[in-house]
Ligand binder design. Structure first.
Ligand SMILES: *[C@@H]1O[C@H](CO)[C@@H](O)[C@H](O)[C@H]1NC(C)=O
Ligand SMILES: *[C@@H]1O[C@H](CO)[C@@H](O)[C@H](O)[C@H]1NC(C)=O
Ligand SMILES: *[C@@H]1O[C@H](CO)[C@@H](O)[C@H](O)[C@H]1NC(C)=O
Ligand SMILES: *[C@@H]1O[C@H](CO)[C@@H](O)[C@H](O)[C@H]1NC(C)=O
Ligand SMILES: *[C@@H]1O[C@H](CO)[C@@H](O)[C@H](O)[C@H]1NC(C)=O
Length: 607
C-alpha cells in the first residue's frame, strides 16, 4: 500500500492546516509555478561566536519541481563580494555540484539522473584534517574528493534559492531554484557516516545545526517563496514511485489515477473485481501527454506496489523477497517472478565479433585456470601425450550489463553466441583427435547491484559488466606432441608443454593475465611419476600464448623389476650352465637355448 497510503496522507495534510507539532515540519517552496526570477530567496547572516571553521557539514532535504537549463542553486554563501563561492550547492538532472572555499566539486549520479518531484537527502561533509570533502546521497556515501586546505569565515550571508555573486545579492533568474527545501542544517564539525545515515532515514530527531539550525533560524523571505507544511512521511519515503498522484474508485468498476495538483484523471483501470489494482497492470491514459509522454487512449503498464525496496512486486501485487526473483523456482502466485529473467542486457550497438576494450587502458586481460584431469596416454613411440583438461577463462566485458545475478554462478547462464568469447587454439595438439565439450558461459557476481531505473515497471537488479566477470568453461581431450629424450632410459625425465594461443586478436588487444594450473589427480602413474607443472605467458607471432609445462620422471623401479632383474638372473643361469659336467652337453645347450628364447621374449615385451 506504500504509494497509495502516502498519497492519501498528503491529500489530508493539504486539506486542513496542521500545527508545528508531531511529525510535521515547515518547508520553503520556491517558484512553485516555475516562473524564473532573481528575487525569490530566503537569506540570513550567520551569527557565530567563532570567526572561522575548518570542519563543516551541511545537510538538506530537497525536491526539485522544475529543472532549469543550467544549474539550479539551492543555496549559496558569500563572505565578501570577492569570496562569493565559499559554499554553493547546485543541482541539475545529471549532477550535483558543490563549491566549498571557492573550489567546485561535481557529483555525478550514474546511470540515473536526478528526477523532479523526488525527495533527496543531500549531505556534504568536509574534513580539513585529511583535506577531503564527501557527498552523501540519501544517507549513503557516494563520492569523496580531495580539497585544498582552507578555513571558511563565519561572518557571511547565506541565501537559499539563488546564487549570490556578492554578499546578499547579485542573483540571476536562470540560476534560481524551483522546488522545496526543508531540514537545512549547518554544523561546524564533521558529521560521521552513521549520523548522516540516521538523519536520512529519519530514525532520529534532527540534530539542530550550530551554525544554522532549521527549527530556530530566522530567514528573511523575499519574492515567490511560500512556507509549506510537510509531513515526515512525505519526504522520508523511498525514492521509488511518484508522490504526485492518488487513486480513487468510482464505486462501479473503474479506478482512476488522479494528479493531485490539477485534479485531472491521467489514467483509468477497469476491473470486474473489487480488490485494489496493485501490481503491474495495463492502465489506459485519459489525458494527453500527462503520463510518460503518451497521448490519451493508449495502454500503459503501471506498477502500484506496496512492497519494500528489497522486495519484488509480482504482476498481481504480492511481495516476495528480491532474492527469489529468477531463482528457477516459482514464488509468485501468478508465476511472474520467473518471467523476463534474461540475464543479459546488451546495448543495440554491441558487436559480438569485437573483443571488449580493457578495463584499464591497454589490452583486455584474460585470467585462466587450467585443471589437468588426467593423462590418458603417454605414447613414447609417437612422442604424444594425451591430456584430459578443463579451461576456465574469465574476463570483463564493460559494454554489457547483467540483470538479477545470483551468488551461484551456474544460475547466471548466458548464451555464448550472443556475446564475444575468446577463441582458443591448442597450438601443438594433434587436431583430428581433439575432442571438446560445448563452452558454458556464466557471469560471476562480484559487485553489489546498481540502482535500476525507478521509472520502469519491473524491479530488476542491475550489475555492471566492468565489475562482474564472464566465465567460460570448456573441457578438452587432446594428444599433444612432446619431444621425448630417451637417451637416459630408464632414468629419463620428460618435459612436455601444452600451448594455448588466443587467436581472437593480437596481443596488443588480448593477453593472458593471471594464470593458474592445477592437477588434483594421482601423481604416481604406472610408468611415470607426474612431477612439477607450471604455466607461463609468452608471445608467439604477436599472439598471446599460455604454456603449461608438465614434467614426468620415469619410475625406473618398474623397469628394474620387469626387465633388468630377470635379465641378470637369466644371465646367471646361463652362466651357471658352464659349470655343468662336460658330458651332459644336451643340458648345457638346452639351458643356453632356453635363456636365449626367454631373453628374446623379455626383449619383445619391454619393447
Ligand atoms: C561558542 O558558544 C558555544 C555555546 O553557545 C560554546 O560552547 C563555545 O565554546 C563558544 N565558542 C567560542 C570559540 O567561544
Ligand atoms: C568577514 O570578515 C572578513 C575578514 O575579517 C572581511 O573581509 C569581510 O568583509 C567580512 N564579511 C562580511 C560580510 O562582513
Ligand atoms: C456504473 O457504470 C454504468 C455503465 O457504465 C453506468 O451506467 C452507471 O451510471 C455507473 N454508476 C456509477 C455510480 O458511476
Ligand atoms: C531474503 O532472502 C535472503 C536470502 O535467503 C535473506 O538473507 C534475507 O533475510 C531475506 N530477506 C527478508 C526480508 O526476508
Ligand atoms: C584476474 O586476476 C586479477 C589478479 O588476481 C584480478 O585483479 C582480476 O580482477 C581478475 N580478472 C578477472 C576478469 O577475473
Amino acid at each position: 500500500m506504500g504509494v497509495v497510503m502516502v498519497v492519501m496522507v498528503v491529500v489530508v495534510a493539504a486539506a486542513e492546516p496542521i500545527s508545528w507539532t508531531g511529525n510535521t515540519k515547515r518547508g520553503l517552496s520556491f517558484q512553485s509555478e516555475n516562473l524564473p526570477t532573481d528575487d525569490s530567496y530566503a537569506s540570513l547572516y550567520l551569527t557565530s561566536n567563532m570567526t572561522s571553521t575548518a570542519d563543516l557539514s551541511m545537510c538538506v532535504w530537497v525536491k526539485v519541481l522544475h529543472f532549469k537549463e543550467s544549474s539550479s542553486y539551492l543555496l549559496s554563501y558569500a563572505t565578501s563580494d570577492l569570496n562569493n563561492n565559499e559554499m554553493n550547492l547546485a543541482i541539475k538532472p545529471s549532477q550535483l555540484m558543490i563549491a566549498i572555499g571557492g573550489t567546485y566539486l561535481h557529483q555525478k549520479k550514474t546511470p540515473l539522473t536526478y528526477l523532479p518531484d523526488v525527495w533527496y537527502h543531500i549531505c556534504f561533509v568536509t574534513s580539513q584534517q585529511d583535506s577531503r570533502g564527501t557527498f552523501y546521497l540519501n544517507g549513503k556515501k557516494s563520492t569523496s574528493f580531495k580539497l585544498p586546505k582552507r578555513d571558511i569565515l563565519l561572518n557571511g550571508s547565506l541565501t537559499l534559492g539563488q546564487e549570490a555573486d556578492k554578499v546578499n545579492g547579485g542573483y540571476q533568474a536562470q540560476q534560481s531554484f524551483s522546488g522545496i527545501i526543508t531540514g537545512f542544517n549547518m554544523y561546524s564539525r564533521q558529521l560521521r557516516g552513521e549520523e548522516v545515515e540516521a538523519l536520512a532515514g529519519c530514525e532520529v530527531e534532527e540534530v539542530e545545526g550550530d551554525l544554522v539550525g532549521w527549527r530556530t533560524a530566522v530567514w528573511s523571505v523575499n519574492g515567490d517563496v511560500t512556507q509549506v507544511d510537510l509531513s515526515v512521511e512525505e519526504y522520508c519515503t523511498p525514492e521509488r514511485g511518484f508522490t504526485k498522484y492518488y487513486i480513487s474508485f468510482d464505486g462501479n468498476h473503474t479506478w482512476s489515477l488522479i494528479n493531485m495538483w490539477s485534479s485531472e484523471a491521467v489514467a483509468t483501470y477497469f476491473t470486474y473485481e473489487s480488490d485494489l489494482p496493485l501490481g503491474r497492470r495495463d492502465w489506459r491514459t485519459t489525458a494527453d501527454f500527462q503520463l510518460c509522454d503518451k497521448p490519451a487512449g493508449e495502454k500503459h503498464l503501471l506498477s502500484l506496489s506496496a512492497c519494500y525496496d528489497h522486495e519484488y512486486t509480482c504482476d498481481e501485487g504480492t511481495c516476495i523477497n528480491l532474492t527469489q526473483r529468477c531463482d528457477l523456482r516459482v514464488d509468485c502466485p501468478d508465476n511472474t517472478d520467473e518471467t523476463g529473467c534474461d540475464k543479459l542486457s546488451r546495448p543495440p550497438e554491441y558487436l559480438h565479433s569485437l573483443p571488449p576494450p580493457g578495463v584499464e587502458l591497454g589490452p583486455l586481460s584474460l585470467n585462466t585456470s587450467v585443471t589437468l584431469k588426467g593423462f590418458s596416454q603417454v605414447d613414447i613411440r609417437d612422442m604424444k601425450l594425451t591430456v584430459d583438461f578443463s579451461i576456465i577463462i574469465t574476463w570483463f566485458d564493460l559494454r554489457l550489463r547483467y540483470k538479477n545475478l545470483k551468488d551461484l554462478s551456474d544460475l547466471n547462464f548466458i548464451q555464448p553466441s550472443l556475446v564475444w568469447t575468446p577463441s582458443l587454439e591448442l597450438v601443438n595438439a594433434d587436431f583430428p583427435n581433439t575432442y571438446k565439450t560445448a563452452a558454458v558461459l556464466t557471469v560471476v557476481r562480484q559487485s553489489p547491484p546498481e540502482e535500476d531505473d525507478p521509472r520502469l515497471p519491473a524491479h530488476d537488479e542491475l550489475y555492471e559488466g566492468s565489475k562482474n566477470p564472464l566465465r567460460l568453461n570448456q573441457k578438452f581431450n587432446a594428444p599433444f606432441s612432446c619431444t621425448m629424450d630417451l637417451r637416459n632410459f630408464p632414468f629419463d625425465n620428460q618435459h612436455c608443454s601444452l600451448l594455448l594461443r588466443l587467436t581472437s586478436a593480437r596481443s596488443d588487444f588480448l593477453r593472458w593475465h593471471k594464470m593458474t594450473v592445477d592437477y588434483p589427480g594421482e601423481v604416481l602413474l604406472t610408468e611415470y611419476e607426474v612431477g612439477k607443472f607450471s604455466i607461463d605467458r609468452q608471445t608467439i607471432d604477436e599472439y598471446s600464448v599460455a604454456r603449461v609445462k608438465i614434467n614426468f620422471s620415469r619410475r625406473y623401479g618398474y623397469y628394474l623389476l620387469s626387465a633388468y632383474l630377470p635379465t641378470v638372473m637369466l644371465m646367471i643361469i646361463s652362466y651357471a650352465s658352464l659349470y655343468c659336467k662336460r658330458e651332459s652337453r644336451d643340458l648345457r645347450v638346452m639351458m643356453a637355448l632356453t635363456t636365449l628364447l626367454v631373453l628374446y621374449a623379455l626383449y619383445q615385451q619391454t619393447l
